[in-house]
Design a protein around this ligand. Structure first.
Ligand SMILES: C[S@@+](CC[C@H](N)C(=O)[O-])C[C@H]1O[C@@H](n2cnc3c(N)ncnc32)[C@H](O)[C@@H]1O
Length: 276
């Protein structure tokens, strides 16, 4: 189920029953651009409404920067618990004329009685391979036969590290073994996500890459969840959810962006129909 509405999200939420959504993934107006998409909104009221329309077990993910990003974190922390911050490395400058070359955007994740998922990715780049193979070699340097190697693979146990920070003794693993395991099952999602923008497919000035939103959906949702994006823009959240079989509701106030989002969603349906 994917339902998107051409309306003000505050009006929509007013009519929305309590405890409706499991996950909110949204990219609110930044509150500093001079552009039609950057409408003012009341952050305090927004967080109050999000608290009400979200279930008791819920996750809120939002994009932003600067004052809006910080204010939203303060207000949300009245209802949810901060769990992680992700930097999206865009790989290009937001503004080529800026004093500092800004190439990232921030994403905050807040939770309530719920945890984010452990996600393993299989993308591995050349620099990683060079570093990783040295680490694996250093861990298996005493292995002289295939049998030794099998024994190393199967008997490797978490190592006790006396002064591990941010990890319990049982969680602190041998680094060589962990690196090797990464090649077997993929590497744990890190707090930096590198994803290029899809320039040629843009219909919205701040459209997020589909792959980035897919990763956020993977990190936060369970089967049967209902996702809400109150500031939908070109519909990227709804599109990612639809592709991944997750229910999603979205609001977009601007008629042009709303129409664009509808079109993108129609295309997903037709691609799926072609495949089946
Ligand atoms: C930063 S953009 C979101 C872009 C989106 N992530 C994407 O991939 O296309 C924010 C969007 O929120 C919309 N918006 C602003 N105020 C709104 C409101 N009160 N209700 C619904 N939509 C609103 C703007 O028109 C804009 O398209």
């Amino acid at each position: 189920m994917t339902n998107i509405h051409n309306c003000d999200c505050f009006d929509y939420m007013k009519e929305c029953p309590d405890n409706t959504f499991d996950v909110v993934i949204t990219d609110p107006p930044y509150l500093y651009l001079k552009h039609k998409l950057d409408r003012q909104f009341d952050i305090e009221l927004f967080c109050k409404e999000i608290d009400r329309v979200c279930k008791k077990e819920a996750i809120v993910v939002y994009f932003g920067r600067g004052v809006m990003f910080g204010k939203m974190a303060c207000e949300l922390s009245c209802y949810f618990k901060f769990t992680e911050e992700i930097a999206w490395n865009k790989g290009h400058l937001s503004n080529p004329c800026g004093t500092i070359g800004r190439i990232h955007e921030l994403i905050n994740i807040f939770v309530r009685n719920r945890k984010i998922n452990k996600v393993f990715n299989s993308e591995i780049n050349d620099i990683q391979v060079n570093n990783d193979y040295k680490r694996i070699l250093s861990s298996i340097k005493n292995i002289n036969s295939y049998d030794d190697f099998i024994a190393w693979q199967t008997t490797m146990k978490p190592k006790s590290i006396k002064h591990a920070i941010g990890a319990t003794k049982m969680q602190a693993h041998d680094r060589g073994f962990e690196t090797y395991r990464k090649y077997k099952r993929g590497s744990l999602q890190t707090t930096i996500i590198d994803t290029q923008r899809e320039h040629f497919k843009f219909i919205h000035p701040t459209q997020k890459p589909l792959e980035l939103i897919r990763k956020l959906v993977r990190l936060t949702t369970q089967e049967g969840d209902m996702v809400f994006d109150p500031f939908l823009g070109s519909g990227t959240t709804a599109l990612a959810c639809k592709e991944m079989g997750i229910k999603c509701v979205g609001c977009e106030i601007d008629a042009e962006y709303y129409q664009g989002a509808l079109k993108r969603l129609e295309n997903v349906q037709s691609t799926m129909e072609l495949v089946t």
